[in-house]
Design a protein around this ligand. Structure first.
Ligand code: COA
Ligand code: AMP
Length: 636
């Protein structure tokens, strides 16, 4: 039996023993006696009576055991021309002082703190300072607009909001403070204060209740780590679901630390002291797990990159960073490499750098399409690993475990379930499918440590979104199959979630925004194929009776409305006014059919369609408006 199979089997057959052993590798204040227990929804909880502090495990513990002078963070910011390295000791000291500053504003264990910051070291300082106090952070991605920030503020009810004065995109400075002020004007909840990190590229005007980060820190005294229970929340991270309201995924402290530690060794094949680089953003789960927490819990150095894969300044940036910081494992989304490949198809820029330090490349966030996989494999000649996970799980569900038992790669597959995850494929009647037969990808309870503890303040939604479809199983929302060799292929979502440039977005939410326009009678937003971003949204609308007929203007207004309400990151650039939408006789819009037409694939007339002529109308409009042309040209 392969080492992988033995370890996976043991993790499923003896979860208590398996995760008890793993837990010994974390510095607890009080080691847990209860390993696995269940909440009232029969969902696994881990280490409920253990006591620890995640900031202590990631920083203080390493300083105390000899890593004080090792770099913890390499911050590299081509958009500002700055870079900085912080050792574990320096980071611990900065965090302890900033935690003191938060405490001086009344932040205590269990309080929530919303963080709206770009990729600067202070974002990590703020997150760890919350963890140090036992407070619960909720980081909001900088690409989200005021409305999205307001929704999160209302749901998390933070005592404090921490923001930077600006973020920097490739060609422009984006002031954050006006967005924060707008969000606070829209939200019902009132935080007690805001802390603003002033950046020289755009200093913010501070009002009453606003504190300058530096001033506050200079007056603060460092504070110690507050012990929390294994099951106490570390953070809330909002993610798109099927409705307009994002889901607040709650992560605990104990299971999270144990799972991330395990993953660094077994999945990523890292050793403490080495450099790990994940090119994502602190606003996403990849950033939380593999920029902020896992590398430091495991004693590695993390690279914090404030830049893009291309145009900051060119498509060789990743190679430069890997070479300069001697990165051993690199992780990003496939879309980033599609952008690089577009600008540097022969990988010429790689010739400028020695990246022989790099052992493996990891990709996630969306399916690794075979052309990108082959391009990378030919160029790099190291293992190119697709691995699959989601905000809810917090760490990979399926991967090719580089530190346990590397397996042959199959293009298009995320390889095998990670130990701890009992992955099954079920058909509509909850029967396990035959090998290679597609179905719903589910995880049998107990889910391993590190996965979501619930939805913030909404146990009903947790149940309906994840646990109700197949009792005893967690519904991932993805469809896929397992082949005869046990390899998992994840093929796409079964719900209204789409993946745009590795960013998870809800078409349902976009429909709510479009539908709020006074001239719109009905609308559908679907995700269509895109060569660079994987998917992009496309909107179809039917105007209300009495609409003045200026369809161009309406389409422009709707594009602008989505950008204003959700943010530029939504990437909804094309709206089509149509006279009718294809529906079933019971009135359901045939979204899958719309996607098929937009992607230029073969389609038939479904027997349930109410008005067949509506299909021809939509089809003709899509052809007229050249929907998805670039993608279709490649298919031909
Ligand atoms: N703050 C504010 N705005 C942001 C932002 C941020 N943090 N991130 C993106 N945006 C804006 C962009 O400027 C762009 O605005 P525009 O419409 O005015 O041009 C818009 O949101 C869309 O951004 P994006 O989808 O990122 O497209 P892009 O063309 O700027 O870049 C890629 C394309 C592929 C280079 C980029 O998407 C990328 O690096 N993707 C990797 C994604 C990733 O790491 N995902 C995490 C999961 S692992
Ligand atoms: P997020 O919560 O933003 O990480 O998005 C999670 C979703 O992205 C998953 O449910 C999948 O639909 C998709 N996804 C992430 N990684 C992969 C992958 N390696 N292969 C296929 N889909 C992926």
């Amino acid at each position: 039996m392969r080492a992988y199979h033995a370890e996976h089997q043991r993790s499923i057959d003896q979860p208590n023993d398996f995760w008890k052993e793993q837990a010994r590798r974390i510095p607890w204040f009080k080691p847990p006696e209860t390993i696995l227990s269940y909440d009232d929804q029969n969902h696994a909880r881990w280490y409920e009576d253990g006591e620890l502090n995640t900031c202590h495990a990631a920083l203080d513990h390493h300083v105390e055991t000899g890593r004080g002078e090792q770099p913890a963070i390499h911050w590299d910011s081509p958009v500002t021309g700055q870079r900085r390295t912080l050792t574990y000791r320096e980071l611990r000291d900065d965090v302890a002082k900033f935690a003191g500053a938060l405490a001086s504003l009344g932040v205590a264990k269990g309080d929530r703190v919303v963080i709206y910051m770009p990729m600067v070291p202070e974002a990590l300082v703020a997150m760890y300072a919350c963890a140090r106090l036992g407070a619960v952070h909720s980081v909001v991605f900088g690409g989200f607009a005021a409305h999205e920030l307001a929704v999160r503020i209302d749901d998390a009810e933070p005592r404090i909001v921490i923001a930077a004065s600006c973020g920097i995109e490739i060609d422009r400075v984006l002031p954050y403070k006006p967005i924060l002020d707008q969000a606070l004007a829209q939200s019902q909840h009132r935080p007690a204060a805001c802390i603003v990190l002033q950046r020289e590229q755009a200093r913010a005007d501070l009002g009453p209740g606003d504190h300058d980060w530096q001033t506050l820190v200079s007056a603060a005294s460092p504070v110690d780590c507050v012990p929390v229970r294994g099951t106490d929340p570390l953070y809330i991270l909002y993610t798109s679901g099927t409705t307009g309201k994002p889901k607040g995924v709650v992560r605990d402290n104990g299971g999270h630390a144990v799972a991330l530690h395990y993953s660094m060794e077994r999945i990523y094949g890292m050793s403490p002291g080495e450099v790990f680089f994940s090119a994502s953003d602190v606003g996403w789960v990849v950033g939380h797990s593999y920029i902020v927490y896992a590398p430091l819990i495991y004693g590695c150095t993390t690279v914090v990159y404030e830049g893009k894969p291309v145009r900051t300044p060119d498509a060789g940036s990743f190679w430069r960073l890997i070479s300069e910081y001697q990165v051993k494992a690199f992780f990003t989304a496939p879309t980033a490499f599609r952008a690089i490949k577009k600008e540097d198809p022969d990988g010429r820029l790689l010739e400028k750098y020695d990246i022989s330090c790099l052992r493996a490349l990891f990709l996630a966030g969306e399916r690794l399409d075979p052309p990108t996989f082959h391009w990378l494999e030919d160029l790099l000649k190291i293992p190119v690993i697709d691995h699959w996970w989601q905000t809810e799980t917090g760490w990979p569900i399926a991967a090719n475990l580089q530190g346990l038992d590397p397996m042959p790669v199959k293009a298009g597959s995320a390889t095998v379930p990670v130990p701890g995850f009992n992955v099954q494929i079920l058909d509509r009647s909850a029967e396990t499918t035959a090998p290679c037969e597609q179905g719903s990808v589910v995880i049998q309870e107990p889910m391993p440590p590190g996965c979501l503890a619930g939805i913030w303040h909404d146990p009903k939604r947790f149940h309906s979104a994840y646990m109700a479809a197949f009792p005893g199983y967690y519904l991932t929302g993805d469809a896929g199959y397992i082949d005869q060799d046990g390899y998992l292929f994840v093929m796409g979502r079964t719900d209204d979630v789409i993946n745009v440039a590795g960013h998870r977005l809800s078409t349902g939410e976009m429909e709510e925004v479009v539908g709020s326009h006074p001239a719109v009678a009905e609308c559908a937003v679907i995700g269509i194929q895109d060569d660079l971003k994987g998917q992009v949204p496309l909107g179809l609308v039917i105007p209300k009776d009495g609409f003045d007929g200026d369809t161009d203007k309406l389409e422009r207004e709707l594009v602008a409305l989505v950008r204003e309400q959700i943010g530029a990151i939504a990437c909804l650039k094309q709206m089509l006014v149509v006279s009718r939408l294809p529906k079933t006789r019971s009135g359901k819009i045939l979204r899958k059919l719309l996607r098929t037409i937009a992607d230029g694939e073969e389609f038939g007339l479904p027997s349930t369609i109410d008005d067949p002529a509506s299909l021809q109308d939509v089809h003709d409009t899509m052809i007229d408006r050249r929907v998805g042309e670039a993608h279709k040209a490649r298919l031909r």
